[in-house]
Design a protein around this ligand. Structure first.
Ligand code: TRP
Length: 441
């Protein structure tokens, strides 16, 4: 009876549009705009893009559908969803929960950097040596931490207000603005001199650059940007109404996320090439290389400001989804209020965020397995926990839950392909990815 009552109280997305905006907000983040261009830059450009698209469609779409399905069917957050299948599976939900603490620790630090850069451009304070500025800023003892905390509080404000009044409203407003800004900035990129070189780099594949590392890096990137592997989509799927067609929704999500990643590339690469900068600059690409571009073009300050607001929006909507996973999970597990759950989770994340924020300065000498705390959190989450959770998810959904056809589709052929990929293809590919991430293959 108690369960029935809490199910009745469970919030629902108020429209299909709201759900698409929320999942798109969750998927589109620093991964698309900060990480995608530099991993693509390092892994041969167009070849990488091609692999990324193929792997998204044929591999990553499967666990993505599984997450939505699990959430929609169980109508619970990630811990209770697993428990509803089998009490013994509780641990799998907790693994996702732990992942949802690890990722914000480094993600929110970068989110904090975007706030700093917004202020820098707003007040026209970017010095001429952008690389030195970035290194000096990231190494400071207080500022990056303060901005990280500000970012955390901004993210938490939305789940705090609830699914409809907070999360849904934020995404409904921010995502359309984000898309318009992105198209605008991508168009600016195209008008820069020599932008054709950037486009060639993105779209003309050079197969000599193709290797095994390209494939596995593209796979890891695809999973990360689609937010697969810690239950974000289980949680967001759990607020779906019964009649939502999750195949259509996930198709739209994949399409939208890919187009946005490509647009981000078009915004960045022509600019990088037109100023003869390095496309493989690594994590500093958007914080060092792009400011160099902004300082060299007319109205650069305005574009710089727009770019960092865009990056901030992308990070914010993803940050909200990262928090909602653990909030929804403990709220129903321990039957506490949403506000209480938000405060508890934000405080826990805050504590772990401190060493991550200080990893570039005061704590840069402290290493775990030769990595700073920031890198160690990123490594553990991206290379171990995300693939591991995804493998478990595929196993549980494919072999234990065995979703009925009518829950997914009325197309038998599609259903058979889905089942085949889910049971026999995706798990070994993911195991390979994990071994690769651990440096074993
Ligand atoms: N997909 C987001 C990005 O590209 C980050 C993100 C949000 C995420 N939720 C996630 C990554 C869940 C992995 C798992 O920035």
């Amino acid at each position: 009876m108690a369960i029935e009552r809490s199910a009745a109280k469970r919030p629902n997305w108020s429209s299909g549009f709201a759900f698409i905006m929320a999942t798109l907000g969750c998927a589109v983040g620093l991964g698309n705009i900060w990480r995608f261009p530099y991993v693509m830059g390092r892994n041969g450009g167009a070849v990488f893009l091609l692999m990324y698209i193929l792997l998204t469609v044929f591999i990553c779409s499967i666990p993505l559908l599984c997450e939505l399905l699990l959430g929609k069917q169980m109508r619970r957050g990630v811990i209770r969803s697993y428990e509803k299948i089998n009490q013994k599976f509780s641990i799998f939900g907790w693994l996702c929960f732990i992942t949802s603490i690890f990722i914000p620790c480094f993600y929110f630090v970068v989110g904090g950097w975007t706030i700093n850069y917004i202020f820098i451009y707003l007040f026209n304070q970017m010095p001429t040596d952008q690389a030195a500025y970035f290194a000096e800023f990231a190494a400071r003892p207080c500022l990056p931490l303060l901005f990280g905390i500000a970012f955390l509080i901004l993210c938490a404000a939305f789940p705090f207000r609830g699914v409809n009044k907070g999360i849904e409203k934020a995404n409904n407003i921010i995502m359309p603005i984000f898309i318009v800004m992105l198209i605008l900035l991508a168009a600016v990129g195209l008008f820069l001199p020599n932008s054709i070189e950037g486009l060639k780099f993105m779209f003309a594949p050079d197969f000599s650059k193709f290797n095994f590392t390209t494939i596995l890096t593209a796979l890891g990137q695809a999973l990360f940007t689609l937010s697969v592997g810690m239950g974000c989509l289980v949680t967001y799927g759990s607020y779906l109404k019964k009649d939502n067609d999750i195949i259509k929704s996930s198709g739209l999500l994949i399409l939208g996320n890919t187009i946005i990643a490509v647009l981000a590339g078009i915004m960045i690469f022509p600019a990088v090439f037109s100023f003869n900068l390095e496309p493989s600059a690594g994590a500093g690409l958007v914080f060092i290389t792009l400011p160099k571009v902004f300082s060299a073009i007319p109205f650069g300050n305005v574009f710089g400001l727009m770019f960092f607001i865009l990056l901030f929006f992308a990070a914010l909507t993803s940050g909200i989804s990262l928090l909602e996973v653990s909030i929804a999970a403990i709220l129903e597990k321990f039957k506490i209020s949403r506000k209480m759950a938000t405060v508890i989770m934000s405080s826990i994340i805050l504590v772990f965020m401190i060493p991550a924020a200080l990893s570039f300065g005061p704590l840069s000498g402290y290493k775990i397995f030769n990595m700073t705390f920031f890198d160690a959190m990123d490594f553990t989450a991206s290379n171990i926990l995300l693939p591991l959770n995804t493998i478990i998810l595929c196993f549980v959904v494919g072999w234990v839950l065995k979703p009925k056809m009518e829950l997914l589709t009325n197309n038998e052929k599609f259903y058979n392909v889905f089942n085949f990929l889910l049971k026999f293809i995706v798990p070994p590919v993911l195991i390979l990815l994990m071994l690769f991430g651990l440096g074993i293959v």
